[in-house]
Design a protein around this ligand. Structure first.
Ligand code: E4P
Length: 218
């Protein structure tokens, strides 16, 4: 399973990249706003900086909600850097734009996916990635993991090449459960990656090894 980090924070991206397990970055307009990145020129420059840090795909989301606007914005984003993946919302014009980009060989990430039917549409439109929002479904007492499993089954039934990018990951157990189901990618905060490192027996074991080494090497 590929690990993407879901942030526009350059320090966090650099930290995950330094760990050596990062495969890409996802951003969205809320994450860009959180970092105080506003204005078209600054936004494009920020995507460029992200691409220079990470060795992998970088999802950059369009703001337009009409087909023509999405095509114009998406083409500008894709021209920015070869690592850019154009992120499109799952609405009718987003699906049309996805098909347009797919036919042109431009990679896409169809976002805001909350049902298996929506994921099926994205795959039929040739999406590179589909982003079901696991955490936001869990937030409203709906089984987000079940959606990931449903999409896995549908994509496998028809050998769709669209990759399942489990998004809105909140914690390490989401990461582990997505891996068990066979999600192709997960995107989450830095804590969902670094949290996987933690086990008290590792810390206790390492302390004992070092203590015993010191005893024998004084
Ligand atoms: C997906 O690409 C989104 O950026 C993201 O995962 C949304 O997560 P949230 O529900 O934590 O905002």
């Amino acid at each position: 399973m590929k690990f993407f980090i879901d942030t526009a924070n350059l320090d966090e991206i650099a930290e995950a990249q330094a760990l050596g397990v990062l495969d890409g970055v996802t951003t969205n307009p809320s994450l860009m706003a959180k970092e105080g990145i506003t204005g078209e020129a600054n936004i494009l420059a920020h995507y460029q900086k992200i691409c220079e840090i990470v060795d992998g795909d970088v999802s950059a989301e369009v703001i337009s909600t009409d087909f023509e606007g999405m095509v114009k914005e998406g083409e500008a984003l894709a021209a920015l850097h070869p690592q850019i993946v154009v992120k499109l919302p799952l609405i009718a014009d987003g699906i049309k734009a996805c098909k347009y980009f797919s036919d042109k060989g431009i990679r896409t990430n169809v976002t805001l996916v909350f049902s298996a039917g929506q994921a099926l549409l994205a795959a039929k439109a040739g999406a590179t990635y589909v982003s079901p929002f696991l955490g936001r479904l869990d937030d409203i007492s709906t089984d987000g993991l079940n959606l990931i499993a449903e999409i896995r089954q549908i994509y496998d039934n028809y050998a769709f090449e669209t990759q399942i990018l489990s998004a809105s990951i909140r914690h390490t157990m989401h990461v582990i459960d997505c891996a068990k189901i066979g999600s192709d990618v997960m995107t989450g905060p830095l804590s969902s990656i670094t949290g996987l490192l933690k086990h008290p027996l590792t810390d206790i074991g390492l302390a004992k090894f070092l203590e015993d080494y010191k005893k024998g090497n004084q």
